[in-house]
Design a binder for this molecule. Structure first.
Ligand code: NAD
Length: 442
C-alpha cells in the first residue's frame, strides 16, 4: 500500500496502460507497470513519455515515486493482486481481434488464489469466458477475472480517466470485482456492475454506435453535396435535439485511429462467427472507406489529372492532440495521391515521427506555411487548432494553385474565399449557393 490505497499492476504501457497507471497513481495507488518492450520501459524509467498525450507527462512526473517500471511480470505478481491488462488487440487480416498479446499474458500467469486479471484491452465478447476456461484447464482456477473496458479518448485521455462518463465492471461476484470498484471509488461517476459478457459488449457496442454516427453524418454530407444543403447547418439543427446530441456529428473524410476501425470490424466478425450478419456495420465500414477516397474526386474536379501536381496535407494524425497514426485517413490519402502521380508534402505539429514510420514517399515540411508553399492544392486532414491561425491570404499567395479541401470543415469558408482560395469542404455548398443559406441562426 502507498498513498493509502491498494498497490496494483498494469501490463502493457501504451496509450491505455500508461494513462491507467498514472491515473490510479493519482488516486493514491502504487502501480507496477509491466511491458515486454525493454526500450520503452528504459525510457519510462528515465522519465521519458513515449507517446504524446496532453497532461500525461506531468501526471507521470508528479507520481514518479508511486510508479515502478519493469519488464518482468513477476514484479507485478509479487506486489499486486489486481493485474490490469492493457496490451494491444490489433485487427487480423480477417477483421477479428488478434488476441495473441492477451494470451501471452494469460500464459504467463501462475496458479494463484490471490490474483485477478482485469481486462482493459478491448476484446471480443466471450474472451473472459475463454480465459477462465484456460485457467481451469491448467489448474489455475483460483485466478479471478474481471472485465473493465476502457473508454478514454486519445487527446483527452487523462481527463477521461479522472472524469469518466461511467466505469463498467463485469465480474463473477467475487472479491476481484469489488476490489476494482473500490479502486475507482474516489471518482464521482456512475459504476455499471454487470456480468463479464455484457461488460465486453458495452465496449464494442459503444464504439460501433459512435462510428455509425460518424458514417451517418458523412452520408448526410454526401447527400448535402448533391442537394445544396450545408451539413454544418444540418448537424447544428439535428444536434440540438436532446435525443441526438451534437457530438460525433462532424462530417469529414472518415474516422481512423486504433479503436473505431478495428472494434467495428471485430464486432462485425464476432456477429458473423456466431452466424449473425450485422448489415448496419458493413455499411458503416464501407461508407468510411469511400469517404476517405472522396477527397480524390474533389481534387480531380478542380485540377484534372493529378500527375505532377503538388498536394500539401495539413495534419497527419488520425485526430488532433495525438501522435497516433494508426488507421489515419492520411495513410490512405497519401497513398492514393501518389498512385495518381501527385507529389505529397505534409506537415503535422506532433505526429511527424510516427508518420515517418508509416508513410512512404512523402516530403515532410517544418511548418504549415512551408507545406503549402508552391502547392497546387491543400488538404486539411487533421483539425489541429494551430491551423486556424494560418494566414490564409499569405498561404494563397505562396501557393501555385488556389484549391483548399477542408477535410474536417474546420476553416471558415468565407475567410478562405476572401483570401483568394477556392474552398471545398465536406457536405457544404460552393460560395454562391451558400449565400442563400447564410443568416440561418438558432
Ligand atoms: N488507444 C485508445 O484510445 C484505446 C481506448 C480504449 C481502449 N483501447 C484498447 O486498449 C488496448 C491497448 O490499446 P493501446 O492503444 O494502449 O495499445 P498500445 O499498442 O499503445 O500499447 C500496448 C502495449 O502493450 C505492450 N505489450 C504487448 N504484449 C505484451 C505482453 N505480453 N506483456 C506486456 N506488455 C505487452 C506493448 O509493448 C505496448 O507497449 C487495446 O485493446 C485497445 O483496443 C484503446
Amino acid at each position: 500500500m502507498d498513498g493509502g490505497r491498494e498497490t496494483i499492476a498494469v501490463i502493457g504501457t501504451g496509450y491505455v496502460g500508461l494513462v491507467t497507471a498514472a491515473g490510479f497513481a493519482e488516486l493514491g495507488s502504487e502501480v507496477w507497470c509491466i511491458d515486454i518492450d525493454a526500450e520503452k520501459i528504459e525510457r519510462l524509467r528515465r522519465g521519458e513519455i513515449p507517446i504524446y498525450e496532453p497532461g500525461l507527462s506531468e501526471l507521470v512526473a508528479r507520481h514518479r515515486d508511486r510508479l515502478r517500471f519493469s519488464t518482468d511480470v513477476r514484479d507485478a505478481l509479487e506486489h499486486a493482486r489486481l493485474l490490469f491488462v492493457a496490451v494491444g488487440t490489433p485487427p487480423t487480416y480477417s477483421g477479428d481481434a488478434d488476441l495473441s498479446a492477451v494470451h501471452a499474458v494469460v500464459d504467463a500467469m501462475p496458479p494463484s488464489d490471490r490474483h485477478a486479471l482485469v481486462m482493459k484491452s478491448t476484446v471480443p465478447v466471450g474472451t473472459g469466458g475463454s480465459i477462465k476456461r484456460v485457467f481451469h484447464e491448467r489448474g489455475k482456477e483460483g485466478f479471478r477475472y474481471v472485465s473493465c473496458p476502457e473508454f478514454l479518448k486519445e487527446g483527452s485521455a487523462v481527463k477521461d480517466f479522472l472524469e469518466p462518463d461511467r466505469v463498467v465492471i463485469g465480474d463473477d461476484g467475487d472479491w476481484a470485482g469489488d476490489a476494482v470498484a473500490e479502486l475507482y471509488s474516489p471518482l464521482d461517476t456512475a459504476v455499471v456492475r454487470t456480468d463479464i459478457k455484457s461488460a465486453e459488449m458495452v465496449k464494442l457496442a459503444s464504439n460501433a454506435f459512435l462510428a455509425t454516427k460518424i458514417s451517418f453524418i458523412n452520408e448526410i454530407a454526401n447527400v448535402c453535396e448533391e442537394t445544396g444543403a450545408d451539413v454544418v447547418e444540418v448537424a447544428r439543427g439535428m444536434g440540438l435535439d436532446d435525443r441526438i446530441g451534437p457530438k460525433f456529428l462532424q462530417a469529414g473524410i472518415g474516422f481512423g485511429g486504433s479503436c473505431f476501425p478495428k472494434d467495428v470490424s471485430a464486432l462485425k466478425q464476432l456477429a458473423g462467427n456466431s452466424g449473425y450478419h450485422f448489415q448496419l456495420l458493413n455499411a458503416v465500414i464501407e461508407v468510411n472507406e469511400l469517404q476517405k477516397r472522396r477527397v480524390m474526386s474533389k481534387l480531380q474536379k478542380y485540377l484534372g489529372t493529378l500527375v505532377g501536381k503538388e498536394i500539401a496535407l495539413l495534419g497527419l494524425a488520425f485526430k488532433p492532440n495525438t501522435d497516433d497514426m494508426r488507421e489515419a485517413s492520411s495513410l490512405v490519402l497519401s497513398a492514393r495521391l501518389q498512385a495518381a502521380g501527385a507529389k505529397v508534402r505534409a506537415y503535422d505539429p506532433v505526429a511527424e515521427a510516427e508518420a515517418r514510420k508509416m508513410l512512404q514517399g512523402v516530403e515532410f515540411a517544418a511548418s504549415a506555411e512551408a507545406a503549402v508553399e508552391g502547392a497546387d492544392a491543400v488538404v486539411l486532414v487533421t483539425e489541429w487548432p494551430e491551423f486556424r491561425e494560418l494566414d490564409l491570404r499569405a498561404a494563397a499567395e505562396s501557393m501555385r494553385g488556389s484549391l483548399l479541401v477542408d477535410g474536417r470543415n474546420f476553416l471558415d469558408p468565407d475567410a478562405a474565399t476572401a483570401a483568394g482560395l477556392t474552398y471545398e469542404g465536406v457536405g457544404r455548398p460552393a460560395l454562391a449557393e451558400r449565400s442563400s443559406v447564410a443568416g440561418i441562426t438558432v
